[in-house]
Design a protein around this ligand. Structure first.
Ligand code: SF4
Length: 447
């Protein structure tokens, strides 16, 4: 691309920049940032303009992490607001076309990295903005004007992230009135297949995309402007299991797009055939067998889960496009869905959330269960989690009580002892209560 000191193209999309080869990180776990695309009035957009507020790559100290905000404004007479999220998601893909520039995640959890080689060649953030403009305009000729604002100063990024979060909230709120049952079609997104080849997001009103960036409305807008593109319509087809959210259409689409690897998808269950998980998910749902409950952890949580491992370790095990029984990558918004894990007991099965995530979902956690869900402060490990749930009488703990009932309860049980030398020894249990995981009744041969 003219004027840019590194190559730009599809071949760099899967390029990973390891820590040893990193010049700087932008946003990510050691700093903060956000990205946003907004539709703007034609006369307010200065076409192809890139503005940078804050230090550029050459001014950044090697090995450090800096705040990063990227604000894209597009104008076009045929563009509609529902496309904002769709365009926004493509910042990820197009940024990764730039040699020596890596982009992960979306919205306010982005994480970018610049390689030492790219910094040495003189890559500037203005070049990143210019490359994005070229790629967006080449893909969508209906974008008549486009400008990019990049912030790297701490105060500017903080303010930008705050404003962006309000817009994300507004987009998510719009979905609340619509349910899976109200529509005939869902949408599929295969954008993450470059990293997770078996992964397909099925985007429904009650289960938004795993990255949280593409809602059902945005899927509809994307499929309308580019029906053969990576976001496409999926006819719901026959409802195979209402509770689990299993439909013929998403099963077939996932089977086709995963080259026959994934045959069934339960949209609203974490067990057996949960939704596949790419790597861009905002949060992970995980089954905790020790308490028979479900926990969820979001990307921003810095501590560990009750298993003693952090989000990053869990993400490494769950991601890559696979389907893992008992684990699922998901958007934070899914926790607000009326169908959240509905086949598994919904909120009555959720036992652990990081404090920040619980506060973020706020009023959408049903009042009657809110205080019964532990956070890292109440339960940093499994033992404390079990004690907490018991003390709060969480619905899962009520189930333990039933299961903890003895299988045999009797004032006296007498048993002959087999395998002992003759002598007629027997053992007598007084006020016996016998607990067992399994009872096997066998008929002896010939009796
Ligand atoms: S997480 Fe899903 S919706 Fe988001 S870009 Fe990846 S495949 Fe598409």
């Amino acid at each position: 691309m003219e004027g840019i000191p590194v190559d730009v193209g599809l071949i760099y999309e899967g390029e990973r920049i390891r820590k040893e080869n990193m010049h700087v990180d932008l946003a990510g776990p050691k700093s903060f940032g956000a990205e946003l695309v907004k539709l703007a009035d034609m006369n307010k957009v200065k076409d192809r303009n890139v503005a940078l507020v804050g230090p550029d790559i050459k001014d950044m100290q090697e090995g450090k992490a800096y705040p990063y905000g990227i604000f894209v404004e597009v104008a076009g007479s045929t563009l509609e607001e529902d496309l904002e999220g769709v365009f926004e998601r493509r910042i990820h893909e197009f940024s990764n076309y730039i040699q020596g520039f890596m982009h992960l995640n979306s919205r306010d959890i982005i994480w970018c990295r610049v390689s030492k080689e790219a910094a040495k060649k003189g890559l500037s953030l203005r070049h990143v903005g210019a490359a994005l403009i070229e790629l967006f305009k080449a893909n969508w000729p209906m974008i008549e004007k486009m400008q990019v604002g990049i912030y790297t100063d701490s105060e500017g990024v903080k303010k930008f992230r705050e404003d962006a979060r309000k817009i994300f909230q507004k987009r998510d709120d719009r979905l609340r009135g619509l349910k899976d049952d109200d529509v005939d079609v869902f949408y599929g997104c295969a954008l993450c297949q470059s990293f997770a080849p078996q992964h397909l997001c099925t985007i429904t009103p009650s289960r938004t995309s795993s990255c949280g960036s593409i809602s059902w409305f945005e899927g509809r807008a994307a499929a309308k402007i580019d029906p053969k593109g990576p976001i496409f319509e999926i006819k719901k087809g026959e409802l195979l299991d209402e509770l689990r959210g299993e439909y013929f259409g998403p099963n077939k689409a996932t089977y086709d797009k995963s080259n026959g690897t994934v045959k069934r998808v339960f949209l609203h269950s974490i067990f057996e055939h949960p939704h596949t998980s790419c790597g861009c998910f905002e949060a992970i749902g995980f089954y905790i067998p020790e308490v028979d409950g479900i926990g969820a952890v979001h990307r921003d949580h810095k501590g560990t889960t009750p298993f003693g491992i952090p989000f990053s370790t869990l993400a490494g095990q769950v991601g890559g496009g696979v389907q893992s029984d008992g684990f699922v990558g998901m958007a934070i918004e899914y926790l607000r869905s009326p169908k959240v894990f509905q086949a598994d007991g919904g909120w009555n099965r959720i036992v652990w959330l990081p404090k920040a995530l619980k506060e973020r979902i706020g009023e959408d956690v049903p009042k009657e269960i809110r205080d019964k869900i532990a956070t890292e402060e109440d339960a940093p490990d499994l033992e404390k989690l079990k004690a907490f749930l018991k003390e709060k009488n969480h619905p899962v703990a009520q189930k333990w009580k039933i299961e903890e009932k003895p299988v045999v309860e009797a004032p006296e049980i007498q048993m002959p002892v087999t395998g002992m030398p003759a002598g007629g020894i027997s053992i007598i249990f007084k006020n016996a209560k016998i607990y067992a995981e399994k009872v096997i009744i066998k008929k002896e041969k010939g009796k």
